[in-house]
Design a protein around this ligand. Sequence first.
Ligand code: NZQ
Ligand code: ZN
Length: 393
Amino acid sequence: MDNFNFYSPTEFVFGADRENEAGQMVKKFGGKNVLVHFGGGSAVKSGLMDRVTKSLENAGLSYVTLGGVKPNPRDTLVYEGIALCKKENIDFILCVGGGSVIDSAKAIAAGVLYEGDFWDFYSGKAAVEKALPVGTVLTIAAAGSEGSGDTVITQEATGLKRGAGSNALRPRFSIMNPALTQTLPAFQTACGACDIMAHVFERYFTNTREVEITDRLCEAVLLTMVKEAPRVIKDPDNYEARANIMWAGTVAHTNIVGVGRSQDWNSHNIEHELSGFYDVAHGAGLAVIMPSWMEYVMPHNPMRFAQMATRVFGCEMNFKCPEETAKEGIRCFRRFLKELGLPINFEELGAKEEDIPALVEKFGVGDGKTGGFMPLSAEDISNIYKIAAHAKV
Ligand code: NZQ
Ligand code: ZN
């Protein structure tokens, strides 16, 4: 195991009806004048926005609202949010929504306290050192942004989707009522499930040896998803299954399952080019990319894939040929995603094979290599897109 620091300062407020405590929580963390940031309308339609703003009023807090965050959140709304926060002297941002709303809020929170263009954080020109405090009321189990220091924004003019990270961006609190996720369309629930599993796999496929504790924590999250995701697709109102998935989504991405080991993240970066280019859901893009990446890099360490196959998908170990077990595990994962209703190849996602050179170009690896498990060149990335283009169960 490698040396590590683990920092996860977010207070998680979990359970039924907890959104009614939003005002008290903002107050606890010193907010007085709040920006309530939300998405395209689901939170208004469900009555959640009314409950949250009422809770702010009951706590004696003033607020303004900014809605309209789209999935794959855009820089254009971030600029608008920064200007609004400055004009209204906002001292706390409360997000009501999923990863897109939270990531947009984090970008605004950092941008308000920065003299330059906030995109500098995403283009790698500057690091986030300070940000307004952010709290969340989570409505979808997926991105894990409610407990992470990360934010991913798409630049509208170029379609470039880029991330930034800093401990200053970790939410002060996250309110997590599993019942709020019962209104999700099945497809969004499935996308979320895939993203949660992908966050674990990015950490599970490591070159660091002797990491039993994090291996076992990863497997616990993966086994939970294998059991609970099909259950909520069949029975969307199942509170207990929703609760297990919601907490799994947070555990998957605070980095508690990834400390002390090298991590990969190539699947995510390869996927971000797809969701930036075609404006598709991140979890759907991952369903196409991640099993394809697995097929391509499996020869780097077949035993690690065989471990995943036996422990997560219950495959029988073929001691004479571990590669066969590894391949069977990858097949199980892809079949599982397909059965959840997710796309598994370019056509099903709405992507085109002829765009692969442009996608690789946008990825921008140049003559170098990237990734922490098996470093990939531009040619490798192109090969993975080609596998993804034609993938079948
Ligand atoms: O906008 P509304 O109307 O709310 O609709 C949303 C949106 O269309 C809908 N939705 C959310 N909660 C709902 C609901 N519909 C009905 N009932 C509810 N309770 O679901 C759609 C997707 O929402 P979004 O916030 O985009 O989903 P998700 O949480 O998957 O976030 C995806 C974004 O997070 C980024 C992704 O790249 C993508 O841009 N990620 C962020 C990470 C982070 N900050 O740590 C890590 C991830 O790997 C990921 O890259
Ligand atoms: Zn993700």
